[in-house]
Design a protein around this ligand. Structure first.
Ligand SMILES: [Zn+2]
Length: 108
């Protein structure tokens, strides 16, 4: 008579719990200051330092840049100081367009 005892001890219950670090900082209300979603992706600068452009200089017309994507410098016919920047225009009408709706053309 033989008695065989097979004892199986399985300890498969290893619970890896999350450590209890209390990170209570929820930055859900952080506003994105400037969503850089430049349509057209024109990275050209059309806003010049204040007073750095005047009639007769060469510069990129902000209206033409906005409407046609022009990045070529042209003869500056009109200038306008707006929010600490100088914008240049290739004709009077476009300057008027800018004044009528500056936010449309001026970059933040
Ligand atoms: Zn123009």
């Amino acid at each position: 008579m033989k008695t065989t005892l097979i004892s199986l001890s399985l300890f498969a219950a290893l619970a890896i719990g999350g450590c209890g670090s209390n990170d209570a900082s929820t930055d859900a209300s952080a506003p994105a200051p400037s969503a850089s979603s430049d349509k057209g992706g024109s990275a050209v600068v059309v806003a010049y330092d204040l007073g750095s452009k005047k009639k007769g200089d060469k510069g990129i017309c902000v209206i033409c840049n906005k409407n046609e994507g022009t990045t070529a410098e042209e003869d500056v016919v009109e200038t306008l100081d707006y929010q600490g920047k100088t914008y240049v225009f290739c004709n009077e009408k476009e300057k008027a367009d800018f004044i009528s709706d500056p936010k449309k053309y001026a970059k933040p």
